[in-house]
Design a protein around this ligand. Structure first.
Ligand code: B1M
Length: 212
């Protein structure tokens, strides 16, 4: 008999074939899809996030774990839909205008998905107008994440926040910023609601925003 613990461990080890096998086995044993998600896949990614934050593991291990989770999610998704299990919330994410760096942004996306959040990925080189349009297209997104890796592009974050204000939408979303040149102090200066130094902390903060 397969267990949630085994599935969580397979995710932590980034063992995609094993995690897919265990996901299928748990479904065959008629375990509820929501439990497989929460006690197996998300539990595993949560532990990966904690270990990444403490520098016990590094980016490659996180990417491998996320790949295992994504592959298991493909098996689980139809059952989650059938069972009516919904993500805990929706968020928009993008790398700001003029900036093509997306490795950190993609890690944030994986961690957020691993925390049960639906992520609308706007990609790289995202202008303020595109962020605002993204929110108009997804008015149920309660939070927005912006990533920047260049000192020359991080200044664009303030403009994006200004666009949300100008459109009268600032009060409807929590905005979080991150990326190597960013600091908590800078986030406060530009009027963001939060800053996270790494992808695991970002996912925790997004979760807290969505639950508030
Ligand atoms: Co670029 N680059 N790059 N680059 N690049 C840096 C950032 C740089 C520090 C290198 C250097 O000079 N030492 C420097 C920036 C200097 C500065 O402004 N202070 C630099 C430069 C100058 C440039 C170009 C201008 C070079 C040129 O063409 N002359 C050019 C700019 C292109 C553009 O964007 N318009 C350029 C191009 C590139 C590549 C395309 C070649 C490539 C990007 C490929 C890609 O992303 N698909 C690249 C790379 C790979 C780097 C380095 C080597 C690595 C960046 C990275 O992915 N780190 C980088 C030097 C370095 O950091 N050692 C460098 C790993 C990633 C996981 O970290 O993104 O910080 P990071 O994400 C972290 C946290 O910051 C946080 O979570 C992640 C970890 O958990 N985080 C968030 C990130 N986003 C978050 C959002 C959040 C919360 C947390 O909430 C929303």
């Amino acid at each position: 008999m397969a267990t949630y613990q085994e599935l969580s461990e397979a995710i932590q080890k980034g063992n995609a074939p094993k995690s897919k096998e265990l996901t299928s086995a748990l479904l065959a044993e008629k375990k509820p899809a929501g439990e497989i998600l929460n006690k197996g896949l998300l539990d595993g990614m949560d532990k990966v996030g904690q270990r990444f934050k403490c520098n016990e593991i590094y980016i490659p291990e996180v990417l491998i774990a996320a790949r295992a989770m994504n592959q298991s999610m493909e098996i689980l998704k139809p059952e989650l839909v059938k069972a009516g299990v919904k993500p805990i919330g929706k968020m928009l994410l993008g790398t700001v205008k003029g900036d093509l760096h997306d490795i950190g942004k993609n890690l944030v996306k994986m961690m957020a998905q691993g925390a049960g959040i639906e992520v609308i990925d706007l990609g790289i080189d995202v202008s303020g107008d595109k962020f605002v349009q993204g929110f108009k297209d997804n008015p149920d997104a309660k939070t927005v994440g912006m990533s920047a890796l260049l000192t020359t592009t991080m200044t664009g974050m303030k403009e994006v926040i200004g666009k949300f204000e100008a459109e009268g939408m600032r009060g409807k979303v929590k905005i979080m910023v991150g990326g190597a040149p960013l600091t908590d102090q800078y986030a406060k200066e530009i009027g963001a609601d939060g800053y996270a130094p790494d992808a695991a902390s970002a996912a925790e903060k997004f979760k807290a925003f969505l639950r508030a």
